[in-house]
Unconditional design. Structure first.
Length: 167
């Protein structure tokens, strides 16, 4: 991070030693100023709208949001790697996707912090994320990301809706 006040504030409320944040910071650093501004605006707008539910099971919500914050950074990997070689419209597309994934990861982390702080990363999830990151070929990683991680998220959000954690 370059150290500007706006950048520091995005990460200040989150435990700086939480391991998944390393990937988020790397994605953040790769964004241009427009991408960073887009993340700042979206995060401020969404966080201002979300209120804590006094009826919610704090431990369940904290665990769920921490898990989402843990696994969302895998989605940063593909656009980050693709951006390095992209030009023109492809570069703009990867930049927008990268900004979107950084936003998601920061949002989940901030929401987990509101519910008592980020829980310890789940070891089995880290093992699966390592398998997704393992192939050197970017296309292979993208396929694994879409087949495993995106389906994982869809299933999680379906369950969250059933449990009353999300709508």
């Amino acid at each position: 991070m370059s150290g500007t006040r706006a950048e520091v504030d995005l990460f200040a409320a989150i435990d700086p030693d939480w391991p998944p944040l390393d990937d988020v910071r790397e994605g953040w650093q790769a964004l241009d100023e427009d991408g960073r501004a887009r993340v700042r605006r979206r995060l401020a707008a969404v966080l201002a709208e979300i209120e804590l539910d006094d009826e919610a099971n704090e431990a369940a919500v904290r665990g769920f949001l921490s898990f989402l914050a843990q696994v969302e950074p895998i989605a940063i990997d593909v656009p980050l790697q693709a951006l390095a070689d992209a030009e023109g419209e492809d570069a703009r597309l990867h930049e927008r996707q990268l900004a979107d994934e950084v936003f998601h990861a920061l949002l989940f982390a901030h929401l987990a912090e509101r519910h008592g702080g980020l829980a310890e990363p789940i070891g089995a999830a880290e093992d699966l994320l390592a398998e997704i990151r393992a192939p050197e070929d970017l296309a292979h990683r993208a396929v694994l990301l879409n087949l495993i991680a995106e389906a994982w998220f869809e299933t999680l959000f379906e369950h969250a809706a059933e449990w009353g954690l999300a709508d």
